[in-house]
Design a protein around this ligand. Structure first.
Ligand SMILES: [Zn+2]
Ligand SMILES: [Zn+2]
Length: 83
């Protein structure tokens, strides 16, 4: 059984970067003021409306609303670690 070869790159499909499923896009994140802190109140993320419960990490945006850690841009940008 020979492996299917990509028509574009002529590499085996398992080796072909263009055939491999794309990684999900990194969601756009919003810069926060200061660092992520633990929420003291329950609420909803100002970006994605995700439920925030007490103790969740949240960040405050420049506009003054609270967003969940998935929407918040931390000081260390994780996107820099993804090639
Ligand atoms: Zn391919
Ligand atoms: Zn969010």
């Amino acid at each position: 059984m020979s492996e299917t070869v990509c028509e574009l790159t002529e590499l085996p499909v398992s080796m072909c970067s263009h055939c491999r499923p794309k990684l999900p896009p990194v969601p756009e994140r919003t810069a926060i003021v200061g660092q992520l802190i633990a929420a003291r109140y329950a609420g909803h993320c100002g970006e994605c409306s995700e439920l925030i419960v007490e103790g969740d990490l949240i960040g405050c945006t420049e506009d003054g609303y609270w967003i969940c850690e998935h929407c918040a841009e931390p000081e260390i940008d994780l996107r820099d670690l993804i090639p």
